[in-house]
Design a protein. Structure first.
Lengths: 137, 136
């Protein structure tokens, strides 16, 4: 089994008590501690403004423990990508922002889609998953 | 100005033939500028005794919509099969299994249906650790 570790550290001086929160997880398949997620799709794309694009072209197996990392590499602070799923606004990643989210892909309409705003955004992404349904040729 | 940073490290020596060592840091700023995020609810924990049902963790109407809010979540369960199903309005985003964490951008969009941030535990007495960074 593959072993993939994802760790985060959040630090902030927003509160009087300086905050430092750390968490680490080994990315396991759904419902088990014996078998790690062993498949990945990793890429980098430039997304022009205008249309909405599916970030993940193939559909991972639904209702699993898939995880999606996305980083907006743009440097203009007014640029952002809008993240949507099934036409529902999820959130915005401005220049330099990243996200690490669970991805359910519960049906064919549940693709993660992105729309570039402000200008052409440069987007890095990695999907850690348990299998995808490849399209037959 | 407050400074809030989020650092991610993803590593694996055996997922690919080449070692994976991904690391990135973001300074969390307001939408469209370089001003640091100015609000947070602080780090919190909630144990959901009632088990499987959907609960609203954050209501979109309580926040400025279409900004750069971020939500941190961690499932404190140690039972591998237990998960929180995360939804925005009625769209299932994904499942956070025992020990898993997530950092999720949140629009708090109120155009049409409110993009409320919801959780649904798969079992009784599951505990979620969470924190909201707001851009109001």
């Amino acid at each position: 089994m593959a072993t993939t570790t994802a760790a985060v550290t959040l630090t902030s001086d927003l509160l009087s008590d300086n905050m430092s929160v750390s968490a680490s997880t080994t990315c396991m398949k759904a419902g088990t501690t014996a078998d790690g997620i062993d498949q990945i799709e990793y890429g980098y794309v430039e997304v022009a403004t205008g249309d909405e694009y599916d970030l993940i072209a193939t559909t991972p197996t639904a209702a699993k423990a898939s995880k999606l990392f996305v980083k907006n590499h743009s440097i203009d602070e007014t640029y952002y990508i809008a993240i949507t799923q099934n036409s529902q606004a999820i959130g915005r990643l401005y220049a330099g922002d990243w996200m690490f989210i669970p991805a359910d892909f519960h049906d064919a309409a549940a693709d993660i889609a992105i729309t570039s705003n402000g200008g052409t955004n440069k987007v890095e992404y990695a999907l850690f998953h348990e299998g995808t349904a490849l399209t037959t040729t | 100005m407050a400074t809030t940073t989020a650092t991610l490290t993803i590593s694996s020596t055996d997922l690919l033939s080449d070692e994976l060592a991904l690391s990135t840091t973001a300074t969390l700023t307001s939408a469209g500028n370089s001003t640091g995020l100015t609000g947070t609810n602080g780090l919190a924990r909630k144990t959901v005794a009632g088990g499987h049902a959907q609960y609203t963790l954050f209501a979109a109407a309580s926040h400025t919509d279409d900004k750069a809010h971020k939500v941190y979540l961690k499932n404190m369960s140690t039972t591998a099969a237990e998960f929180f199903l995360i939804s925005i309005h009625d769209v299932e985003v994904g499942r956070i299994y025992a020990g898993d964490w997530a950092l999720i951008p949140w629009s708090a969009d109120t155009t049409g249906d409110d993009a409320d941030f919801k959780i649904d535990p798969s079992a009784n007495d599951m505990t979620l650790e969470y924190m909201l960074f707001t851009d109001e």
